[in-house]
Design a protein around this ligand. Structure first.
Ligand code: SF4
Ligand code: FES
Length: 369
């Protein structure tokens, strides 16, 4: 068995409640209900355990983390544990007063999502009228307080033409970094492939725009890029390799090797309510299932790229090939690759399809002010 190193980053999904209904939501189809969420004290214990384990960066996510009324307390506890704290938010629910309280609590960084660069696009994709206007206000407060900012633009067939404007907006907002993420088809997003799959031409154009902007904006803006992987020949190194650098804690305390791991039916997940985080990381069955390279079948096991991409994404292999141990079908060496490319082209050529919005039993009303 591969000896694990300590994780570097932890994603704390504080809640699945969210005021938006994005059709590409990556949260599981079955979401944790509010009454199952970890309490403030339980999260504080998880943060202290994470720091002891070696975690350096804590990403506070959701759903919408601002929906948690104890967010400021949680940030403070994480900072006291010595963790670098990053808030991943849509901005909805963040007032100037709350942002100042988060600053006082020690929040280090904000990552703001962008559903579109116009109110029409952003509000349609997020399914939240007035969301864009509020987000722009939140961006101003973020700049005034001086939080380092990353913009997270999720792109797909409907809004890929807005990529140049998204880059401009990042510069105007004073962001240090933008994540240009072509939509990943996990969880709810799988229902929207006909509506959201980019065309092959769009995917190539996005790559060209990113390459040009990286040169032009060198020293001003760092651009992270997640290309349209259905149109690629090699898969992404998902999670930096399973169980190698990061872990996710779901709202109900289940500890996951990645955000979509619950789509792999045979895996059983430990819970921080029942087992110390360190034991879960090193000895948990789910973390050891695809750690390292020993589990790999051919063609991955003899491939020169096996420690480059670790066979791609286990959840994508599950969703597209029905086998989480299979080579990610994005890979040109996968027997499913040709079929996947044909399916991607068919989704991209589909007639205008209505968006199927994320719906949830735990749908958040207005987040705490
Ligand atoms: Fe990566 Fe496996 Fe494809 Fe090789 S065969 S490139 S290891 S996914
Ligand atoms: Fe689970 Fe890629 S999302 S391994």
């Amino acid at each position: 068995m591969t000896k694990a190193r300590p994780p570097i980053a932890m994603l704390a999904e504080l809640t699945h409640r969210c005021p938006l209904s994005c059709p590409y939501c990556s949260n599981p189809i079955e979401m944790a209900r509010q009454d199952a969420e970890l309490s403030t004290e339980e999260w504080k214990s998880v943060f202290a355990q994470a720091a002891d384990l070696g975690v350096l960066q804590l990403h506070l996510s959701g759903g919408e983390p601002a929906t948690r009324r104890d967010l400021e307390d949680l940030v403070q506890a994480a900072r006291e544990a010595g963790l670098y704290t990053n808030l991943i938010t849509s901005g909805i629910g963040l007032t100037e007063r709350r942002l100042k309280a988060l600053d006082a609590a020690g929040l280090d960084h904000v990552q703001l999502s962008l559903q579109g660069t116009t109110p029409e696009m952003a509000d349609e994709i997020g399914g939240y009228k007035g969301g864009f206007k509020r987000k722009m206000q939140v961006a101003e407060w973020i700049a005034e307080i001086g939080f380092p900012l990353t913009l997270n633009a999720v792109l797909h067939r409907r809004n890929l033409h807005q990529l140049p404007r998204a880059l401009e907006m990042a510069v105007e907002m004073g962001a240090r970094r933008i994540e240009v993420a072509t939509v990943q088809f996990h969880g709810w997003a799988l229902k929207n492939r006909d509506a959201l799959m980019p065309t092959r031409e769009q995917a190539a154009e996005a790559t060209r725009i990113v390459q040009e902007a990286r040169l032009r904006l060198k020293g001003t803006l760092v651009i992270d890029y997640v290309p349209a992987d259905y149109h690629s020949d090699y898969p992404k190194r998902c999670m930096g390799g399973w169980g190698s650098t990061g872990l996710n804690v779901a709202p109900d305390g289940q500890v996951l090797p990645c955000h979509a791991a619950q789509t792999i039916p045979h895996l059983r997940f430990d819970n921080v309510r029942e087992r110390p985080l360190s034991e879960i990381w090193y000895d948990g069955a789910a973390f050891n299932a695809y750690r390292g390279t020993d589990w790999m079948p051919e063609p991955c096991s003899s491939c020169e790229r096996k420690t480059v991409d670790f066979g791609g994404c286990r959840c994508q292999a599950m969703a597209l090939a029905g086998d989480p141990a299979a080579t990610d079908p994005v890979c040109i060496k996968s027997p499913h690759h040709v079929d996947l490319q044909a399916r991607a082209d068919a989704h991209a050529a589909a007639e205008y399809a209505a968006l199927i919005y994320r719906s949830a039993p735990g749908k958040a009303p207005e987040p705490a002010e």
